[in-house]
Unconditional design. Structure first.
Length: 338
């Protein structure tokens, strides 16, 4: 090989391998950056790399801002009828236009404003019932899984009995039963109050969370770090809060998001059949708006059903995507697989 050919081959080798070295250095830098991050920071990073969860979080944040700032984001009150653009003309059943972006209902109320007020009530019911159901479910499920025995067996039998009935039928039966208990009325209100409906979904929501937490605790309590903690004399409370619950946080968060969706859809179902919040109390909900449109949609007033149903589906999809993102961010198996 001549000297000229040797120089050219050396240059070609350096050119082709220079990029490889840069890639290796970049990979090493990424590895060092990842290694320097705490588990919480890594979970947050994985969550926001989930495109569906990221977009759902933005949409939910926008909706929550609209709900919080109702005096600014709404054009009319929840039961306020709009004034027609031309005097003397009726303001009921107006199609979407500049005076009413989403149209008006049977008595001339602005559907856009009522959607925001309805979303507020639906989110209050969904989030509140999910929080209380998660607290009860985590407590009962962790104790049942750790202690076992008759308490565990009894819990599973009660849960199986409730789950054996159709959800809507069981919901209505328990609703009527609790409504007859006079001592509960000062605490949770009448059957059509928001507090009563939250209690109803807490009663049905905690069982699914408890079963999930119980299964996670059963899988974890035989692990070496739990056995070591017990050998050192740790109490049940310390074992639960120090070792079991932190390692079950992923399934708990997913169960909580599922409980929110179940409560919102459940409230809409109850309202559709006339068992939801009282429309005369000055509040409304997405379910009530859907229920009010039952007759109107047959007459061709499509906007009364399309906008409430679209918002209901959007909220459910956003919360489900957020749950998927939380699962991917906190599930160790999925993390290791990725």
């Amino acid at each position: 090989m001549s000297q000229h050919e040797l120089v050219e081959s050396t240059i070609e080798y350096e050119r082709t391998h220079d990029g490889v070295d840069d890639v290796l250095l970049d990979d090493e830098a990424v590895g060092l950056t990842t290694a320097s991050m705490s588990p919480r920071q890594m979970a947050v990073r994985r969550y926001f790399r989930h495109k569906g969860a990221f977009m759902a979080t933005i949409l939910m944040a926008i909706m929550i801002i609209f709900v919080i700032l109702t005096p600014i984001t709404t054009r009319y009150g929840v039961n306020e009828a709009i004034f027609p653009a031309e005097p003397g003309k009726p303001n009921s059943y107006l199609s979407p236009r500049s005076e009413a972006w989403f149209g008006t209902d049977t008595i001339g109320r602005d559907i856009y404003s009522r959607l925001i007020y309805g979303l507020r009530v639906s989110l209050i019911i969904g989030i509140s019932s999910a929080i209380f159901a998660t607290i009860v479910g985590v407590t009962v499920g962790s104790i049942a899984g750790l202690r076992g025995g008759r308490f565990d067996d009894g819990l599973m039998r009660v849960t199986d009995i409730f789950l054996a009935f159709p959800f809507l039928v069981a919901l209505l039966v328990v609703r009527n039963f609790l409504g007859e208990l006079a001592f509960l009325e000062p605490i949770v209100g009448e059957r059509t109050s928001i507090r009563f409906i939250i209690l109803l979904f807490v009663i049905f929501g905690w069982m699914g969370v408890a079963r999930l937490v119980r299964g996670s605790v059963l899988a974890l309590k035989e692990r070496e770090f739990v056995e070591a903690s017990r050998a050192l004399g740790a109490s049940h409370t310390r074992v639960i809060f120090k070792h079991l619950l932190p390692n079950s946080i992923g399934p708990i968060l997913v169960a909580a998001t599922n409980a929110v969706v179940a409560a919102i859809i459940g409230e809409a179902t109850l309202s559709f059949f006339g068992f939801g919040p009282d429309a005369g109390s000055g509040d409304t909900s997405l379910g009530l708006l859907v229920g009010e449109a039952r007759g109107a949609v047959l007459a061709g007033y499509w906007w009364m059903i399309v906008f409430p149903c679209s918002l209901l589906v959007l909220v459910a999809l956003c919360i489900n995507f957020i749950g998927d993102g939380l699962r991917d961010a906190t599930d160790p198996k999925l993390v290791q697989g990725g």
